[in-house]
Design a protein around this ligand. Structure first.
Ligand code: KG4
Ligand code: ZN
Length: 317
């Protein structure tokens, strides 16, 4: 639906969510062999994100919670990503460093416990996934192009390479944990304008881009482990599905005796299980984000802009 426009159209997204959400919930209950009465609580994504889409989820969650008289928990989208590797076996234990790489975020966080997140650094411009998507678009790979770009790059690496490009490693030596990806995208644009776009050059550009992005993400993550003295790295978010990123991180981490944890592929990109899981962890630990939304009809909240470090206060940007 959004591919036609080369990006998500907010109004189309929220209208589509309205159409799909209740049938989807019914379908999932049927597949799981559960009924609404089996629910102990309802977790929904409270933010950050597109306000219209968030409102659809929040209002359905609040209405169901009110009707069923069960607690309703508003979960931070990134907390869902951050905790998603805990759904794997073996799972990491607190404390760990988390690399969050999605279409909207690129952050390194020190995670000492549930709800205890310290931002070490983040992108100063485009997110990593956004850079993958924009580069893919420049190469004519459609939207969202991250996975296609990555496939093209991997394939090019495996086959003959008669062309090779080098792209900059933005902020690799900046001495902090911040990232910048917009310059990389501009460098790709320059290559695209300068060369005839044959399958060879497209493959070579995809490979050069992936190598540059992966190297910066890998080295900064390793530096974050060194700085915090931690030996567990958790990778979350859609870009965490990237094969080259995984193999580079594994290789570099092994060299320093650290372990890298990934969510299962289906929990890497946006999914409901990670939100439910974060909600369950909060319920179990008594950290219910202080919400009693089920008791207040119409009293639910969304936070379209929501800082993960600030979430315990529910403070909005
Ligand atoms: O976490 P996610 O599903 O949604 C957001 O919250 O943004 O991440 C989606 C992003 C997109 O930018 C997509 O292109 C990127 O993750 N992505 C990848 C790969 N799979 C998904 N980027 C690079 N390589 C991949 N294999
Ligand atoms: Zn996400």
């Amino acid at each position: 639906m959004h591919g036609e426009y080369g990006g998500v159209v907010p109004e189309l997204a929220s209208r589509d969510h309205i159409r799909r959400l209740l049938p989807l919930i019914r379908q999932i209950f049927a597949e799981a062999g559960l009924t609404l009465q089996d629910l102990d609580a309802i977790a929904y994504t409270r933010g950050p994100g597109l306000a219209g889409a968030l409102l659809v989820g929040a209002s359905v969650a609040a209405a169901l919670g009110f009707a069923l008289k069960v607690p309703v928990l508003g979960i931070h989208h990134l907390e869902g990503h951050l905790l998603s590797p805990l759904l794997s076996d073996p799972a990491p234990a607190f404390p760990f460093v988390a690399l969050l790489v999605s279409g909207g975020h690129t952050q390194l966080m020190e995670v000492t416990g549930l709800g205890q997140y310290r931002l070490l650094g983040e992108t100063v411009d485009d997110a990593a996934g956004e850079a993958f998507d924009k580069t893919a678009k420049l190469l004519g790979l459609g939207y969202p192009g991250g996975p296609a770009l990555s496939r093209l790059a991997d394939e090019f690496s495996r086959t003959g390479q008669f062309v090779r490009f080098e792209l900059p490693r933005p902020m690799l030596h900046s001495g902090d944990f911040n990232f910048s990806f917009s310059g990389l995208k501009t460098a790709v644009l320059t290559l695209v304008n300068k060369h005839e776009m044959t399958p060879q050059t497209r493959g070579a550009i995809a490979q050069a881009f992936q190598e540059a992005a992966v190297e910066v993400l890998t080295e900064k993550s390793l530096a974050a482990l060194a700085k915090t003295g931690l030996t567990q790295l958790v990778v979350a978010g859609g870009v965490g599905a990237n094969r080259q990123l995984r193999s580079n991180l594994d290789r570099r981490a092994e060299g320093i005796g650290a372990t890298v944890y990934y969510p299962k592929l289906e929990f890497c990109t946006d999914n409901g299980a990670m939100i439910a899981f974060a909600g369950a962890m909060r319920m179990e630990s008594g950290l219910e984000s202080g919400e009693t939304e089920s008791l207040k009809p119409g009293g639910f909240t969304i936070n379209a802009r929501w800082d993960l470090e600030m979430q315990e206060t529910g403070q909005d940007a």
